[in-house]
Each structure stands twice: as C-alpha cells, then as structure tokens.
Design a protein around this ligand. Structure first.
Ligand code: ACM
Length: 533
C-alpha cells in the first residue's frame, strides 16, 4: 500500500510539474525489431554479478571482458545460478522460430533470454551498446528489447589474395563484425596475385604462390608499380586460430578457393595446373587474367581433392566457396586436350565445361557434408561482355548441381529471378551496391544503408530463397590497413543494418545518430573512416 501511495505521489509530482523522466533512447546498430522503453535507469555498479548456466560460459566470459575493457566494470561470475545483476538464460519458449533472436529485459536487473546460445550472444552485443554514462555513472535505460534478424546470411568478405593482412587484422575485423551482428566471414584465400593458405601436400603454393615482386598501384591498368615485394600466408595452425576466434563470436568462416579462374598464383607454383603449359610468375598487376586451371586433366582434379581434403578439417563451416567468377575461356578454347575432353563429355561450350567441373567439385564437397557456393557465373549464364566476344554460348545443356548457393554479384534482377526459379538459394552481393572497394562516390553510405537484398518482383516463396547479403572488401588497392579501413568504415555498419533490420524499420537519420558512438570508438582506437553522412 505504501509503495502504491508513493507511486501515486510521484505520478502527481511529474504531472504537476509537466515533466516525465526523460527516456534516453538507445543508440544501437543494427536497430532491433522492437524496444519498449519504461521509465528509469538501471545502474551498472562495479563488481556486479553475471549469472549464467554452464553452456553459456563463453558468452558470459565475453560479456565480462566487454564490461571490463569498455567500461572498467569488474564482474563476479555466477555459473549455474539464475540470480544476479545480469542474467543470461536459455529458454526454448523465447522466439522459438527465430534461431538468432533474443529478448532482453532491463529493469532493476538485466535479463537476456534466448532459445539458443547465439541469441544470448546477440543480446550481449546489444547490451554493450546501450550502456551510457550519466553523471559519471554507467547506466542503462529501462526497456524490453525484442530482436531477431531479417536475414540469416550477413557476410563481410576480405580478399587477401590480393594483399595479405595477417591474423591480427582479421581478429580485429571479427570483433567489429561481432558487435555489428555480421555472422559470416567470407575469407578470400586465393587469387591470381597470391595463394594464402598452407597446403602441406603442395608446399610451393605458398613458397612461390604467396609472393610477388611488385604491385600495381592506384587503379586497374595504371601500369604504375610500387616496386616492393609483397607476400605472406596463413599456416594451418593460424587458420585454426582464426576459425576458433570467429566461432567464439558465432561467426562462420567460409573459405574461398577460386577455381577454375583467378588461378595464376597456383599456376606460378605448379605450371602443370594451367592449361597453356607455360611457366608464369605471380602477377604484379591486377585485373582478370587468362591463365586458368586445366580442369580436363585428372591430375588437376586430384589437386583440388587434395586441397579440399586438407581444408575441410580446418573449416567446420557447412559452406565452401569455390569462386568461379571471371573465367576467361581462351586457353580452354586453344587447347586440343581440353577440346577433346569436352567432345568426349558432350560439352558444347566452355561455359558448359565450367558447370561440369563445378558440379564435380559440388559432388566432392557434398561427400564431405559441405554445400558449395560460388559467384553467379557458376550457373553458366553469360554475364560478361567478353564472353560474347569469344562467342561462348551459355551453358544450355547442363545444369548447375542442386543445393548450390549462388552468390549473385553481376547481372540484372531478371537473372536473380531466373536463378531462384531454377531452385537455387542466393546471397545477394550485387556489385554496384555492396563492393567496399568501390569509392564513396559510387557507393555512398546511404546507398549501402538502403541496399535491399531482395530485388523487386519476387513472389513471397521466391523471397525466401534470398539468404541475405554480403559486403566485399576486394583487395587490389588496399596495400595498408589504413587504406582498407577507409573503405570498410563506416559502410560496414550500414550493411549490418541492411542485413539485420527489417526494411520497414529502417531510418537513415536514426542510423546516422547511432553511428556517432561507433565513430568515436573507431577514432579512439585509430581506425580511420571515410564519409559518415
Ligand atoms: C567478382 O567481383 N569478381 C566476384
């Protein structure tokens, strides 16, 4: 009764004064499904307790480290307990059809509930963003947050084939991804200009293929070179470290080994992998090359089997990316060996040979419980003008294997629709909207923000085939971490919201406002970012 009277007096007081206690709205990226604010704050005192069940130990430890590093708040850990200042709790009744969802109640206590560990992790990422400083104290506005993503595939890609960055840079990117709820790290590990993963059976891939003498600078075709050798690669032990670091942050690492094109670094190491038989060096300039793997040679197929065999134990991800983009068919057309292989197998065009080879790889991967993914050239549809010039027909007589994830980057909406109608799942990384190597004039922040992975004109059933989006940090002209960061930040935050927040809840001004603390944090840690408006 006493407390009822007290509440009434408080209410009368606020009404008479014409004042409600101010609500400190959250600055949060990506924006959640719903926030129901209630009045008042909860204070985060030093030595607060975190209660959690044993299966949430990793998440509780991450929360402990965020509170310590970002807010200098010490915590007491209470494993196996359901009572504390912050409570992490698995509960199958919470958003049961939303695997990544969570509900967080902020009252005198903070409770994060989810039906899965990943949901709890996502709730923690939200919590670390909504802690604010008020009159020298760490507080959180009271509210109930209900949240889950619009898309299940929210990827960031780093192409290290062009420039090797090393694991410390990757760890840092993974931390940023985790905070932004990006959940797929698509790791470009091979390209014309570098092979970046140790394969024990083929040591020259990294002894030779990981190094080049010089690098073209400024832009494609500049013909200006820095004159400096560049190289590096990941040992298998380092790969394991990265994958483990990502797994702790619920980020799936999808490796990309490009085949049958973008093959120069591998061919420089082992010329028999190529079709022309010529010895080449790891290229120093960028752009699409003519050297392609000789997929008609059983030894080359064995090579891929061996590479995949060594990689599968390193990458638990159910998805394996085989690239498959920008294959120039000249060397295949010019090779009697390849032409006779095509005739023998009833393949009428090089695009059909590519699909035939890709399906081989798909079978191989399926045998190892992996699903193949590749850039959208793998469907055999013609997307490049140079394919027309070389009169390479579409692959008309052969279909890409079922179950493949088609990574759309080039073509029009009709092509995405056609791909979906053929029954493939699609990740949308349309180049004009998601390529981080493009300038801010080409893809301003606002355009990144409003990228919708679902193109117009799809039926509801077809929409379900769009798994989500990727944003790609292609590596040609980012020799330094600083030059890379300028391309990534702040656009990565816009892609986070494009992947997580339902289109109906997007609000660019709110996003810009919520970006401010990110900009401050990036600046404080020395990350240079580009145009943030
Ligand atoms: C690509 O940009 N070549 C996928």
């Amino acid at each position: 009764m006493k407390s009822y009277l007290l509440s009434l007096i408080c209410l009368l007081f606020f009404c008479c004064c014409g004042k409600q206690p101010a609500i400190e709205e959250y600055l949060l990226i990506p924006h959640p499904v719903s926030i129901e604010y209630t009045s008042g704050f909860t204070k985060l005192k030093n030595n607060l307790s975190i209660a959690y069940t044993e299966e949430l130990a990793n998440e509780a430890e991450l929360l402990q480290s965020y509170l310590s590093v970002n807010f200098s708040i010490n915590t007491k850990m209470k494993p196996g307990s359901e009572s504390g200042n912050i409570i992490l709790k698995l509960d199958t009744s919470i958003l049961p059809d939303k695997k990544e969802g969570y509900i967080m109640g902020i009252d005198d206590k903070i409770t994060i509930k989810a039906n899965s560990v990943i949901g709890i992790f996502n709730g923690i990422q939200t919590l670390r963003q909504i802690i604010q400083k008020k009159e020298g104290k760490w507080i959180v506005q009271k509210a109930i947050v209900t949240d889950y993503p619009a898309f299940s595939w929210r990827a960031f890609m780093l192409d290290e084939g062009r420039y090797f960055k090393g694991k410390e840079v990757v760890f840092d990117l993974l931390d940023e991804m985790a905070e932004l709820k990006l959940n797929v790290f698509h790791w470009g590990l091979t390209n014309d200009q570098g092979w970046r993963i140790e394969i024990k059976k083929y040591p020259k891939l990294t002894e030779i293929g990981a190094y080049r003498d010089s690098s073209e600078i400024h832009k494609f075709g500049s013909n200006i070179f820095d004159g400096k050798p560049h190289g590096g690669f990941y040992t298998q032990e380092e790969i394991k470290e990265v994958v483990e670091y990502a797994a702790k942050r619920h980020i799936m690492v999808v490796p990309e080994v490009n085949m049958p094109g973008h093959a120069c670094a591998a061919i420089a190491a082992y010329p028999w992998l190529g079709t022309s038989g010529k010895e080449i060096k790891v290229p120093t300039n960028f752009g699409v090359k003519y050297d392609v793997f000789n997929v008609a040679d059983p030894k080359v197929i064995q090579f891929f089997e061996d590479v995949i065999d060594e990689m599968i134990p390193l990458f638990p991800s159910p998805v394996f990316h085989i690239g498959g983009d920008e294959v120039r068919y000249n060397h295949w057309n010019e090779s009697p060996y390849v032409r006779s292989y095509m005739t023998k197998n009833g393949l009428k065009a090089p695009a059909e040979l590519q699909v035939y080879f890709t399906n081989n790889m798909s079978n191989l991967l399926a045998g190892k419980s992996r699903r193949m993914m590749g850039w959208n050239e793998i469907t055999g549809d013609r997307v490049h003008s140079y394919q027309k010039e070389e009169s390479d027909a579409d692959a008309k007589n052969i279909k890409l294997a079922k179950g493949t994830i088609v990574h759309f980057w080039k073509g029009d909406t009709a092509l995405i629709r056609r791909t979906i109608e053929k029954g493939y799942d699609v990740v949308n990384s349309y180049h004009n909207s998601t390529y981080l190597d493009y300038s801010y004039e080409q893809i301003p922040l606002k355009k990144s923000y409003f990228f919708d992975p679902i193109p117009e004109g799809l039926t509801d059933d077809q929409k379900k085939r769009i798994l989500g989006l990727g944003c790609q940090m292609w590596g040609e002209f980012i020799p330094t971490v600083e030059s890379m960061n300028l391309k990534i930040y702040p656009r990565i935050a816009a892609y986070s919201e494009a992947g997580w927040t339902d289109k109906s809840h997007k609000d660019y001004n709110r996003f810009l406002h919520a970006l401010e603390p990110f900009l401050k944090r990036w600046k404080a840690k020395g990350v240079k970012y580009d145009v943030a408006k």
